[in-house]
Write a protein that binds this ligand. Structure first.
Ligand code: SF4
Length: 253
C-alpha cells in the first residue's frame, strides 16, 4: 500500500474511533495483564463477564496468591481453558512477587518470561499499560492487514514485522487498536460490512459486500418491473395449469 493510502487509512479510522483502546476491563496494570492472559482463545466480552468477580477479590499479585488456584478457577470457569489459565495466573502472580516486587515489568523480555504470556500478550500490555507503540497481531489485525493490502503476510509474525516497518510513527501507538476494532465491528471475517466502511475506497478486497437494504430495494424493484414486463395471459387460460386441469385438457397428437 502506498504511503499516502496508509495515512488515509489511519486518519479515516481515527476519525470514527478517536480514542482507540482495549475493550478488556481492568483497573491497574496487573488486572490488565490477567485479563489479557484470560482472553487467549476467548472473547473480550466473555472475559469481561467473569473478571469483575475475580478482581473484586484479588486485584494484586499478593491477593491473587491468597485467593489460590481453586478460587481463581471458580471465578473464571465460564472462560475457555480455565484450568490452565487459573494455573498460569497463580504462577505469574508468584513470579511478579518474587522477581519484580509485585509490579508488572515494563520490558518485553520479562513479560514473555511469565507463564501464559506470549509475544501478543506482552505487546498488548506494553501498549496499553506503558504507552509503547507496539503492534499485537491477533486474528482481526491479521485479517484486516491482509484484506486491505496494508501489510500482507502468511503468518501473524510476518504481518507484525511488516506493520512495524510501514506504519508511520504518528499512527503506531493506536494502530493495533484501530485495526482490531475495525476488524471486530466492520471488516468481519465472514461478511465484511463494506457498505459502511470508511476505507472502502482504498481497500482492494473484492467483491465488496453490498448494502443489504439497498440490495433488498433493488430486488423488490426488479420483481415489480418483471411483473410489468410479463406478457398478458390470454383470456380463459391460466398461466400455470393445475394437475386436474392438465388431465382434462385434450392431448396433442
Ligand atoms: S472495504 Fe470491506 S473488506 Fe475492505 S476493509 Fe472495508 S470492510 Fe474490510
Amino acid at each position: 500500500m502506498k504511503r499516502a493510502d496508509i495515512d488515509r487509512l489511519f486518519s479515516a479510522l481515527a476519525e470514527v474511533i478517536p480514542a482507540p483502546k482495549t475493550e478488556l476491563e481492568y483497573t491497574n496494570s496487573f488486572t490488565l495483564l490477567v485479563s489479557v492472559v484470560l482472553s487467549a482463545q476467548a472473547t473480550d466480552k466473555g472475559v469481561n463477564a467473569a473478571t469483575p468477580g475475580l478482581f473484586a477479590l484479588a486485584d494484586t499479585p499478593q491477593a491473587m496468591l491468597e485467593l489460590g488456584e481453586e478460587g481463581v478457577r471458580e471465578k473464571i470457569k465460564t472462560i475457555g481453558l480455565f484450568n490452565a489459565k487459573a494455573r498460569n495466573v497463580i504462577a505469574l502472580s508468584r513470579i511478579l512477587i518474587e522477581r519484580h516486587g509485585g509490579e508488572v515489568p515494563a520490558s518485553r523480555e520479562a513479560l514473555q518470561a511469565l507463564p501464559g504470556v506470549g509475544r501478543k500478550t506482552a505487546s498488548v500490555v506494553m501498549n496499553e499499560a506503558f504507552g509503547e507503540a507496539t503492534i499485537a497481531v491477533d486474528t482481526h489485525v491479521f485479517r484486516v492487514a491482509n484484506r486491505t493490502g496494508l501489510a500482507p503476510g502468511r503468518t501473524p509474525d510476518a504481518v507484525e514485522k511488516k506493520l512495524e516497518a510501514i506504519v508511520p510513527e504518528r499512527w503506531k501507538k493506536g494502530a493495533h487498536h484501530w485495526l482490531i476494532l475495525h476488524g471486530r465491528y466492520t471488516c468481519l471475517a465472514r461478511k465484511p460490512h463494506c457498505w459502511i466502511c470508511v476505507i472502502a475506497d482504498i481497500c482492494p478486497f473484492k467483491p465488496k459486500t453490498p448494502d443489504p437494504e439497498e440490495e433488498a430495494r433493488l430486488k423488490a424493484e426488479a420483481r415489480v418491473a418483471g411483473r410489468r414486463r410479463a406478457p398478458p395471459t390470454p383470456r380463459g387460460e391460466t398461466r400455470r395449469q393445475t394437475p386436474a386441469a392438465r388431465k382434462k385438457a385434450p392431448r396433442a397428437r
